[in-house]
Design a protein around this ligand. Structure first.
Ligand SMILES: Cc1cc2nc3c(=O)[nH]c(=O)nc-3n(C[C@H](O)[C@H](O)[C@H](O)COP(=O)(O)OP(=O)(O)OC[C@H]3O[C@@H](n4cnc5c(N)ncnc54)[C@H](O)[C@@H]3O)c2cc1C
Length: 463
C-alpha cells in the first residue's frame, strides 16, 4: 500500500470510523470482480459508506491524494463497470445506504443509492403503486448502480429506462461538494439538464447518494400472451408488428430455442421448446384487457405464431422468473459467457435475429439469444470454454461482430449494460461510425471540469 493511501486511510478512519474501512486481501477479493467476470482487479481498500458524510469524506480525501475511487452497488454490472481498471483504487460500497421512503400523496419514492430496485418496488406495492424499471437483477441491483448504468428491464417496452423515472437526485462530486439536481415534483425546468450528465455516466463523474423517483399505479389486470414460433425471425417480426400496430405491452420479451433449452435444463422449468418465443404482458382495465390480449394474439398469429394467453398469477410469475433467470441459467451451463447487449431499430429485429443465427452457425458456438426485444434490445450470450484457446478467440471475435451488426443496422452496441471495460473499443468504433469526433471531445471536457484529477472510476468508457 502506498504511503499516500496509508495516510488517507488513517485520516479517514478518524472521520468516519475504522469499522467502515477494509484492507485485508480476503475482504477485498470479491470487490475486484463483477457479474461480467472477465476482469479482475482487487482494490487497495473498500469503504462501506454509512451515509452522505462518509461519501463526502472519501471523495474529499481521495481527490486531495489523487486516489482512484470506484463507486459500487451490488457489482452486478455486465460490462466490468464496477471492477477497478487501475491498481491502488478505493471501492466505495454504497449498499449500507439503503433507506426507502414512499410519499404517496406526492407520487414519489425516495431511495438511497444502496437500496435495491426490488426493495423500492415492494415498498410502493404495499400502497397500490409500483416502480416500473425492473432489471432482471432487481433483487440485488441497487438504485445507485442502476442510475449510473441507466438500467432497463423487462418492463422497458412500456416504461423505458431509469432516466425516465427520476425527479431529483443528489450527487457528491470529487472534492466532496454536494450537488442537488431537480426537485421531487413532477415538473421543474432549469437548464442545462445536469441530471442527464450523471445518469448513465457509470460512476465516472460523481457518486449518486439518493434519488427521488416517480411511481406508477399498479395495473388493474394483466394478461400474459405467449407466442411460439417455428422460425426465430417470425418472433422478431411479431414483436415489431405488435409495436407497429400500436400495442404497448408492459413486457415484450423474446427467447430463442437455445435459451429455452438452457433455462429448462439449468433451472428445471418445462417451457415448450420452439425456435422462438414471445412473451407479451398486456395490462389495463379489467373490462378491456382480454380484448386487447386477443388482438395481440391475432398479430402473433398473423406472423406465423401459435398463441396461448393466461391471467393466472402463478403461471405468469413462473414464466417471469424463468425469463429473469435466463442469464444465470446460461452462466450455470457454460464456464465462459460473453454477454452482448445490442439494440436495433424495431423494423430491423427480423434481420438482426436472422443474422445472429447465421453468425452462430458460422462460428460453431452456442449463442442463446434473449432480450427486451420490445425496445429492440437483444442479449446474444456467446458461450465458450475458456480453457480452449480457439473457442476463446472465436468468442471474442463474435462479440465484436455482433456489436458491429448493431452499428450496421442503425442501432447501438449497448442498450442498458453500459460500456465499462467490456465495450471500450467497440464504443470508439460506434462513435467513429455515427457520432462524430466532437462526441469524445465534449465528454472529455465535461470529465475534466467535474473531475480534474481523474479520480472517478478511471479507465472506464473512454475516460
Ligand atoms: C442476472 C443479471 C441480470 C441483469 N439484467 C439486467 C436488465 O434486465 N437490465 C439492465 O439494464 N441491466 C441488467 N443487468 C446489469 C446490472 O444488474 C445493472 O447494470 C444494474 O443496474 C447494476 O446495479 P449494481 O448495483 O449491481 O451496480 P454495480 O455493478 O455495483 O455498478 C455499476 C456501475 O455503476 C457505478 N455505480 C454504482 N453505484 C453508483 C453510485 N451510487 N453512484 C455513481 N456510480 C455508481 C459503478 O461504478 C459501475 O460503473 C443484469 C445483471 C445480472 C447479473
Amino acid at each position: 500500500m502506498s504511503s499516500g493511501m496509508r495516510s488517507l486511510l488513517s485520516e479517514l478512519s478518524k472521520r468516519i470510523g475504522k469499522e467502515k474501512i477494509f484492507t485485508e486481501p480476503e475482504e477485498l477479493y470479491s470487490y475486484g470482480v463483477d457479474a461480467y467476470t472477465e476482469f479482475k482487479q482487487p482494490p487497495a481498500a473498500v469503504i462501506r459508506a454509512g451515509g452522505e458524510e462518509d461519501v463526502r469524506a472519501v471523495l474529499e480525501l481521495a481527490d486531495r491524494e489523487k486516489v482512484p475511487v470506484v463507486p459500487r452497488g451490488s457489482g452486478t454490472s455486465l460490462s466490468g463497470g464496477s471492477v477497478p481498471a487501475v491498481p491502488g483504487a478505493i471501492v466505495l460500497d454504497l449498499t449500507p445506504m439503503n433507506k426507502v421512503e414512499v410519499n404517496i400523496d406526492d407520487g414519489y419514492v425516495m431511495a438511497e443509492a444502496g437500496a435495491t430496485v426490488l426493495e423500492v418496488d415492494k415498498a410502493c406495492r404495499s400502497h397500490g403503486f409500483f416502480f416500473p424499471p425492473d432489471p432482471a437483477s432487481s433483487r440485488i441491483a441497487t438504485i445507485g448502480g442502476s442510475l449510473a448504468e441507466n438500467a432497463g428491464g423487462l418492463r422497458g417496452a412500456k416504461f423505458g429506462v431509469m432516466k425516465n423515472w427520476v425527479l431529483a437526485m443528489e450527487v457528491i462530486l470529487p472534492g466532496g461538494k454536494k450537488l442537488r439536481i431537480g426537485e421531487p415534483v413532477y415538473k421543474w425546468r432549469w437548464g442545462p439538464d445536469l441530471m442527464s450528465l450523471f445518469i448513465g455516466s457509470e460512476g465516472t463523474l460523481g457518486v449518486i447518494t439518493r434519488a427521488w423517483l416517480k411511481i406508477y399505479p399498479l395495473p388493474e389486470k394483466v394478461v400474459r400472451v405467449l407466442g411460439v414460433f417455428d422460425r426465430i425471425e417470425d418472433a422478431g417480426k411479431a414483436i415489431s408488428q405488435i409495436r407497429r400496430r400500436g400495442y404497448v405491452p408492459m413486457i415484450l420479451e423474446l427467447l430463442d430455442r437455445e435459451t429455452i433449452e438452457i433455462v429448462n435444463e439449468s433451472l428445471g422449468y418445462n417451457i415448450e421448446v420452439a425456435e422462438g418465443m414471445v412473451m407479451a404482458d398486456v395490462d389495463g382495465p379489467r373490462e378491456s384487457v382480454w380484448r386487447i390480449a386477443r388482438e395481440v394474439e391475432n398479430v402473433i398469429k398473423d406472423c406465423g405464431g401459435r398463441t396461448r394467453a393466461s391471467d393466472d398469477p402463478e403461471e405468469m410469475e413462473q414464466l417471469y422468473l424463468a425469463r429473469q433467470g435466463a442469464y444465470a441459467a446460461v452462466t450455470r451451463a457454460y464456464p465462459g459467457v460473453l454477454l452482448e447487449d445490442i439494440t436495433v431499430p424495431l423494423s430491423k429485429l427480423m434481420e438482426a435475429l436472422r443474422e445472429l443465427d447465421r453468425m452462430r452457425k458460422e462460428y460453431g458456438l452456442r449463442m442463446p439469444v434473449f432480450g427486451h426485444a420490445g425496445d429492440g434490445n437483444l442479449h446474444p450470450n456467446i458461450c465458450f470454454d475458456p480453457r480452449d484457446e480457439e473457442q476463446l478467440r472465436k468468442a471474442k471475435e463474435l462479440f465484436v461482430k455482433t456489436g458491429q451488426l448493431a452499428i450496421k443496422l442503425g442501432g447501438a452496441i449497448s442498450g442498458e449494460h453500459g460500456i465499462g471495460l467490456a465495450k471500450k473499443e467497440l464504443f470508439l468504433e460506434e462513435i467513429k461510425a455515427v457520432r462524430g469526433e466532437g462526441y469524445v471531445e465534449v465528454v472529455k471536457m465535461i470529465k475534466q471540469l467535474l473531475d480534474p484529477n481523474g479520480i472517478m472510476n478511471p479507465g472506464k468508457i473512454f475516460l
